[in-house]
Design a protein around this ligand. Structure first.
Ligand code: 1PR
Length: 530
């Protein structure tokens, strides 16, 4: 029986599912005393340091966790839980941490790498550990903007470190207490393996030796991610299907294309090595997602068997239902996080928010982006951009940021700008892609999912001019999307734009290209991959 500390932050369902998948039963902490009496405790943490600490203190959990750790009872902390072990964090000045490990958690400094760090990176073992020895150098899933660093007073705690511009602490351990910055429950087979060893036998967990020798010294590197995307909607018979458009038109001979069932396809892509899976509820802009229970069920079912990050998009916005009940965008997102999502992606609502924001560049704290990122962290908020090319003869013809294109328009126009659209590409707005992504970053978004209506479903390669432009405009990670037709297109987008991830749909759904072939091609080109 494993005890789980669920204090309402982030995606705890995945941790629960991972424990169950490994054959153990889960019991929740219901009162502070349960923390001390638990045989084995898992302490997950997602989101903002201050929010996490505030909840732990409010519910009377903080002091019990400290006591439990002093008593050396088997405990496994994840992500922000590791950070909470420290004295405090730059993320929430003035908020005290648990004070178990000396040091302050700080934001990644500018090293030219995008922040948050989102993706699969390696670990370097500093001590013998039965839990980790099989996984030294293995890639595990990280998602964070803040990190703990070694100092003379905390070296005895350091189990592994990882490099992302600078070296940071990726796991701590002492006695039978362990915490990881990465998410084992989102790190595929390797992560489940680490968790399984802890669950099975915490007696042998004890880390050997206080010596701090580096066992493997090479710098670790983050991998470029390959993401499988499932556009989901109900077809005319009312069945929820994975569909795929050509330049966003998902109908063929009047019928919605049906390329499979969402849960089955997501599982297949996980087993084939996808680094992430994204669901886009493409009619979410007109439905109310909390009434759209099938999507929530899809997430719940998928997260039982898929142990890599899941993103859900479509319809993340505030809503008043027919009975007059008001739901904030945060309520909608929270429901998705509780159902197994790690990130939510915001499309139309981000465009409307940016239109308002650009009027006087004042943050109101009321946009979906701000509300969700304050509670769940920037890394949980992805902006799905649906731009379309607008060709002009010269850059003076428009106030929008243009690009001189190698692919001129229908009348030989040599310039274009990228117009943002809403409602699944149905309506263009007077906002360009650079305005959108920079404003969203300022409002607190953590990642850009960059589609391209002109390229969608064409198999002709990513729009490199677009991806380069957006990469140059923001310092958060960018996922290139739309147009992948073969493995070489992924290599090209990584080498020529620096995008952190590349996403494809049609080629995977139609079985034309396997995820493993993409990974092989990318690795052969000398690009770090998982
Ligand atoms: O506006 O917040 O409700 O979100 C709606 C979401 O649904 C947005 O993320 C939007 O991108 C998406 N969406 C809406 N309509 C469509 C459509 O296709 N008719 N799909 C749609 C967007 C683009 C990608 C696609 C890539 C790769 N689809 O998801 O997977 O282009 O495709 P490819 O590899 O086959 O070229 P809101």
């Amino acid at each position: 029986m494993i005890t789980l500390l669920d204090y309402g932050a982030g995606n705890v369902r995945s941790v629960r599912n991972a424990i169950r998948k490994l054959g153990f039963e889960v019991r929740d902490v219901e009162k502070p005393e349960d923390i001390l009496s638990a045989d084995k405790l898992i302490f997950p943490g997602v989101g903002n340091f201050g929010v996490v600490m505030q909840r732990l203190v409010r519910d009377g959990y903080a002091e019990k966790i400290v006591e439990r750790i002093r008593q050396d009872k088997p405990t496994f902390g994840i992500c922000v839980a590791l950070q909470a072990f420290f004295d405090g964090s730059e993320e929430s000045p003035g908020v005290a941490g648990l004070g178990i490990i000396p040091g302050q958690v700080k934001r990644f400094t500018d090293s030219g790498l995008s922040v948050p760090q989102i993706g699969w990176n390696g670990i370097k073992l500093h001590k013998e550990s039965s839990l980790f020895s099989a996984y030294n150098g293995e890639k595990l899933y990280f998602v964070h903007s803040y990190k703990a660093s070694a100092n003379p007073d905390n070296r005895d705690w350091i189990l592994t470190t990882t490099d992302y511009g600078e070296e940071f602490i990726s796991a701590v351990a002492k006695g039978r207490v362990i915490a990881t910055q990465f998410h084992p429950e989102k790190s595929g087979a390797a992560g489940l393996g680490i968790l399984e060893r802890f669950l099975q036998d915490s007696e042998t967990l004890t880390v050997c030796g206080a010596k701090n020798t580096l066992i493997a010294g090479e710098k670790t590197q983050i991998a470029r991610r390959i993401i499988a995307c499932l556009d989901v909607r109900s077809n005319d018979a009312g069945d929820l299907v994975v569909t795929k458009g050509d330049q966003y038109d998902v109908r063929q001979e009047g019928e919605v294309r049906n390329l499979g069932k969402p849960v089955e396809l997501a599982r297949r892509y996980y087993e084939e090595g996808a680094d992430e899976v994204t669901f886009l509820n493409i009619t979410g802009f007109r439905d109310f997602p909390l009434q759209d229970q099938p999507m929530i069920e899809v997430l719940k079912e998928t997260s039982k068997n898929v142990f890599v990050p899941l993103t859900i998009g479509g319809g993340i916005r505030e809503f008043t239902d027919s009975e007059g009940n008001f739901y904030s965008a945060l309520d909608v997102a929270s429901q998705y996080f509780r159902s197994g999502a790690d990130k939510v992606s915001i499309g139309s609502d981000a465009v409307y928010s940016v239109e308002e924001y650009l009027k006087n560049r004042e943050k109101t704290g009321k946009t979906a982006i701000e509300q969700i990122s304050i509670v769940y962290g920037a890394q949980a908020v992805v902006i799905s951009v649906d731009p379309r090319r607008v060709y002009v003869k010269s850059s003076d013809e428009t106030s929008h940021t243009t690009v001189k294109t190698q692919f001129p328009g229908p009348n030989g126009e040599e310039y274009c700008w990228y117009q943002c659209t809403v409602r699944g590409g149905r309506e263009g707005r007077d906002v360009d892609v650079v305005q959108l992504v920079t404003a969203c970053e300022e409002l607190g978004a953590g990642e850009i999912l960059l589609n391209c209506i002109d390229k969608d479903g064409t198999n002709s390669g990513f729009d490199l001019e677009l991806v380069r432009m957006v990469k140059g405009a923001v310092s958060i990670p960018v996922i290139a999307s739309s147009g992948a037709g073969c493995p070489a297109h992924f290599t090209e987008v990584f080498l020529e734009t620096g995008a952190e991830a590349a996403l494809a749909a049609g080629i995977f759904h139609r079985g034309e290209v396997k995820i493993s072939s993409v990974k092989r091609a990318v690795a052969e080109a000398g690009i770090e991959t998982r």
